[in-house]
Design a protein around this ligand. Structure first.
Ligand SMILES: [Fe+2]
Ligand SMILES: [Fe+2]
Length: 470
């Protein structure tokens, strides 16, 4: 196991002291990062002591240290998972050859684009979430938000390390650009649409961490298969941190459902107006948020048919998540039956890999929905939550701009436009959700619209003061 050097300005397990040029370049970028954090991060909470975990090793057992930290003092560093001895390329046309420790010239620009696109999402999400601290439903939740924020900051470091270490001057320029684009900025927005959507309430945050961080999981898993070994190792360790982000989404939405069911019981009705009057989120409203964030995240996988994804796979740059689970790693002979508005047809599997990934992502998303529905059923309600069809409200790919209902049926455009407000949050819905967002900062207390979590962080009681505000 490679130890992490904390005596260094930049904690790392990549032997940065052994490469003075790289070390200097990253130490030059560091104050720019801190300035970005100070301007675009959760800067109203810079004085708060937050109970955070910090990576101290890449060992699966006990990789993190917990303690109170001011966020600007967080030790953002560069951590790669341990190398696999004599690792071989696991898919594509070069399958079985040694993994690359350097980038082959012909794949340089494609790999740079993949790394920049992934890297861009990390600071984007910090920017999207920067004001949520003012409306936290509890100190426990506030701490989780900040934990996610500092780790997304570290994920930016992970990608910037690769850019600096393997892409020379181009890479250094890209690293600066990662701090210059901003979420929702009219002139210099973030690269992907979902990362320009505002997140101004906690229901959206839970949906974002459930759906969009899970897209992140799938992207990281497919890059963790890459023939470019430093990228694979970087992504493997990022996945360790990413699991917590999805945990926040899944348990956050579970707690919203739980509270909703309690209120339904208290008022003896499932009438949305009465649930709302009692200060909770009615289940049909939650369904609209699921429809919005799920469909928005589905676009992140790209077009159903993509020659880029075919080339990336064939060349060994980007595999399928959990490539091991498949038998055929070349895919030259396989086809997939794809249904588009023009009808069904068989397309080469290599060109349909975005769709393959989207389908396995949706299966992963279903797990939480099934759990929520079991608790709804146990509470005696007929209501069921569901994921929208992958054809619904798409902006990219074969179904882009098509008038399709959440069940996936094509319909008349006029009716579609009229119905949209009943499928995704309307202005009134958003105003209601915003009205619920009142800050609760007494240790152990929860806002009225969300149930307490089952347990605290790192075996601490729920009443622990997870964030000490000054
Ligand atoms: Fe991340
Ligand atoms: Fe994340």
């Amino acid at each position: 196991m490679s130890a992490i050097d904390y005596a260094e300005k930049i904690p790392n397990n990549v032997n940065l002291v052994g490469d003075r040029t790289l070390q200097r370049a990253l130490e030059h970028w560091q104050p720019h990062f801190l300035q970005w954090w100070h301007e675009m991060g959760p800067n109203d909470f810079e004085g708060a002591d937050v109970y955070l975990r910090t990576a101290i090793s890449v060992d699966a057992q006990g990789w993190a240290h917990y303690g109170k930290v001011r966020m600007p003092d967080y030790r953002w560093g560069i951590f790669l998972a341990d190398p696999v001895a004599e690792r071989k390329i696991g898919f594509g046309d070069a399958m079985g050859q040694p993994a690359w420790q350097q980038i082959p010239g012909e794949y340089r620009s494609t790999l740079r684009r993949l790394i920049v696109t992934q890297g861009d999402t990390e600071p984007a999400s910090v920017e999207q979430q920067r004001l949520l601290g003012h409306t936290c439903p509890s100190l426990y939740d506030l701490r989780n938000l900040f934990q996610i924020n500092v780790e997304e900051g570290r994920h930016l470091w992970a990608m910037v390390y690769l850019l600096h270490a393997y892409f020379g001057r181009d890479g250094r320029e890209e690293a600066e650009e990662l701090l210059a684009r901003h979420s929702g900025d009219a002139d210099k927005p973030r690269i992907l649409t979902t990362f320009n959507e505002p997140i101004s309430d906690w229901l959206s945050l839970y949906c974002f961490t459930y759906f969009t961080d899970r897209d992140g999981k799938y992207q990281l898993k497919s890059l963790a298969e890459s023939a470019f070994d430093p990228l694979a190792r970087t992504c493997r360790f990022m996945l360790t941190e990413e699991a917590h982000h999805m945990f926040v989404g899944e348990t956050g939405l579970s707690r919203v459902v739980k509270r909703s069911l309690e209120v339904m019981k208290e008022v003896g009705s499932d009438d949305p107006d009465r649930i709302r009057a009692a200060g909770a989120v009615d289940l049909p409203l939650l369904q609209k948020y699921l429809n919005f964030w799920c469909s928005s995240s589905l676009d992140l996988f790209g077009s159903e048919i993509s020659s880029n994804s075919a080339a990336n796979f064939a060349n060994g740059l980007k595999g399928r998540p959990d490539e091991d689970q498949y038998e055929d790693h070349g895919l030259r002979e396989k086809t997939l039956n794809l249904v588009t508005p023009q009808g069904a047809s068989d397309v080469p599997m290599l060109n349909a890999l975005n769709e393959v990934m989207r389908e396995s992502y949706l299966k992963d998303c279903e797990i939480g929905v099934k759990r929520w529905n079991r608790s709804i059923e146990r509470a005696g309600s007929q209501f069921r939550l569901s994921l929208p069809s992958s054809r619904f409200r798409r902006s990219i790919g074969a179904w882009a701009g098509q008038p399709v209902d959440p069940q996936g049926n094509l319909m008349q455009r006029e009716l579609y436009e009229k119905s949209l407000a009943s499928w995704i949050p309307s202005e009134g819905d958003k105003a209601f959700v915003h009205s619920l967002m009142q800050k609760v900062i007494e240790p152990g207390r929860m806002a009225g619209w969300i149930a307490p979590p089952e347990r605290g962080i790192n075996n601490l009681p729920l009443e622990y003061e997870y964030v000490k505000l000054h």
